[in-house]
Ligand binder design. Structure first.
Ligand code: NAD
Ligand code: UDP
Ligand code: UDP
Length: 321
C-alpha cells in the first residue's frame, strides 16, 4: 500500500478496462471517482466496489463540463469495439474530442496529471510492422472506423497542444487489443465473440480468411502499464505503446479458443469489414525502457481466465440481458 492517498478520476470507469483500473487503484489505497454515462459500461462492472468507502460512482457524460477536485485523471471514456463506436459515430468523435477538452480543462484548473487512453487504431491499416510510436499511421479519414481512429488522433493532438500551450503534465498511451473478464459478451470484439460462440456451440465467425493478425494483451497487464505510466515524472509524456507483442492470426485465435473450451463449433467465414487492419503488433521498446513494463500473461493463460468468466456469465443470464 502507498504512503499517500490520491484522489483519482477514472472516466469510462464502469467499462471493461476502467473497472479493472478502479479496482487496482482502490487496492493501492487511493480514492477513486468513477465517471461513466453507461453507454457501453454498466453498474454491474463496478457493483462489487459500490460499498467501498473510497469509491464513488457518478453518472456523467464527458462531453459535458465536469467540476470535481482530483489529483490524477485517467481518461478512458469512449466506446472501444467497432460495433459500439459505429452505432453513433458522431457521438464517438464528440466523446473523444469534446471529452478530451473537458478533461484537459479540468486537469488544468486543478493541476492534475492526466492520462489519455489512446489506441493502436491511430496506426490505421499499418504499412510499418510492428508499429513503433514514431510511425504516423495510415488512417482513412472518411471511413466507418474514422470516428474512432480520427477522434483518438485528435485527442492526442489536444493533449500535446495543452502541454505545449500550458505546460501540463500529460501522458498518452496507445493501447493494443486487450481482453479479459468483463468484456461485454455482445460487443462484437473478436475475443468475446469467439468465446461466447464456442461456449454456446454456435458457429465461430471468422471475418475474411482469418489471416489478419492481432496481438492480445490480458487486462491485468494493461492496467499495470497504465499505472506505471501515470507514475512517471513530467518529462515522460508518451505516446507509449501498451500491448502484448505476441502476434496471432484470427484463425490461430479461433483454434486456441476451440481447444480451451473443448468446443466442436464449426468455423464459418463472414465478409471482412471495411478498413479492417491486416496486421497489428506493438513495438514495446519504449514501455520497456521508460516504464520497465512488459506483459507477463501469455494468451493461453489469459484466455483460460476469460473463458472461466464467460462460462459464469452465460450460466447466469442470457447473453445481452
Ligand atoms: P468499454 O466500452 O468497455 O469502456 C468504455 C467506457 O466509457 C464505458 O463504460 C462507456 O459507458 C464509457 N463512455 C463512453 N462514452 C462516454 C461518455 N461520453 N461519457 C462518459 N462515459 C462514456 O471499452 P474498454 O475496452 O474498457 O476501453 C476503455 C478505453 O481504452 C477506451 O478509451 C478505448 O478506446 C481504449 N482502448 C481499449 C482497447 C481494448 O482493446 N479494450 C484498445 C485500445 C484502446
Ligand atoms: N471545464 C470543465 N471542468 C473544469 C474546468 C473547465 O469541464 O474543471 C470546461 C467547461 O466546459 C468550461 C470550459 O472547460 O466551460 C472552459 O473552462 P476554463 O475557462 O476554466 O478553461 P480554459 O478555456 O481556459 O482552458
Ligand atoms: N473478427 C472476426 N470474427 C469476429 C469478430 C472479429 O474474425 O467475430 C476479426 C475482425 O475482422 C478483426 C479482428 O478479428 O480483423 C479483431 O477484431 P476486433 O473487433 O476485436 O478488434 P479491432 O478490429 O478493433 O482490432
Amino acid at each position: 500500500m502507498r504512503m499517500t492517498t490520491k484522489r483519482v478520476l477514472v472516466t469510462g470507469g464502469a467499462g471493461f478496462v476502467g473497472s479493472h483500473l478502479c479496482e487496482r487503484l482502490l487496492g493501492q489505497g487511493h480514492e477513486v471517482l468513477c465517471v461513466d454515462n453507461f453507454f457501453t459500461g454498466a453498474r454491474a462492472n463496478v457493483a462489487h466496489l459500490l460499498g467501498h468507502p473510497r469509491f464513488e460512482l457518478m453518472r456523467h457524460d464527458v462531453t459535458f463540463p465536469l467540476y470535481v477536485e482530483v489529483d490524477e485523471i485517467y481518461n478512458l471514456a469512449c466506446p472501444a469495439s467497432p460495433v459500439h463506436y459505429q452505432a453513433d459515430p458522431v457521438q464517438t468523435t464528440k466523446t473523444s474530442v469534446v471529452g478530451a477538452i473537458n478533461m484537459l480543462r479540468l486537469a488544468k484548473r486543478v493541476k492534475a496529471k492526466i492520462l489519455q487512453a489512446s489506441t493502436s487504431e491511430v496506426y490505421g491499416d499499418p504499412d510499418v510492422h510492428p508499429q513503433p510510436e514514431s510511425y504516423w499511421g495510415r488512417v482513412n479519414p472518411i471511413g466507418f472506423r474514422s470516428c474512432y481512429d480520427e477522434g483518438k488522433r485528435c485527442a492526442e493532438t489536444l493533449f500535446f497542444d495543452y502541454r505545449r500551450q500550458h505546460g501540463m503534465p500529460v501522458k498518452v498511451v496507445r493501447i493494443f487489443n486487450t481482453y479479459g473478464p468483463r468484456m461485454h459478451p455482445n460487443d462484437g470484439r473478436v475475443v468475446s465473440n469467439l468465446i461466447v460462440q464456442a461456449l454456446r456451440g454456435e458457429p465461430i465467425t471468422l471475418y475474411g480468411e482469418g489471416t489478419q493478425t492481432r496481438s492480445f494483451c490480458y487486462v491485468d497487464d494493461l492496467v499495470e502499464g497504465l499505472i506505471r505510466m501515470m507514475e512517471t515524472g513530467p518529462a515522460v509524456t508518451g505516446p507509449v505503446n501498451l500491448g502484448n507483442p505476441g502476434e496471432f492470426t484470427i484463425r490461430e485465435l479461433a483454434d486456441l479458443v476451440r481447444e480451451l473450451t473443448g468446443s466442436t463449433s464449426e468455423i464459418v467465414h463472414r465478409p471482412l469489414p471495411p478498413d479492417d487492419p491486416r496486421q497489428r503488433r506493438p513495438d514495446i521498446a519504449q514501455a520497456e525502457e521508460l516504464l520497465g513494463w512488459a506483459p507477463t500473461i501469455p494468451l493461453r493463460e489469459g484466455l483460460a481466465r476469460t473463458i472461466d468468466y464467460f462460462r459464469t456469465v452465460l450460466s447466469h443470464k442470457p447473453v445481452g440481458a
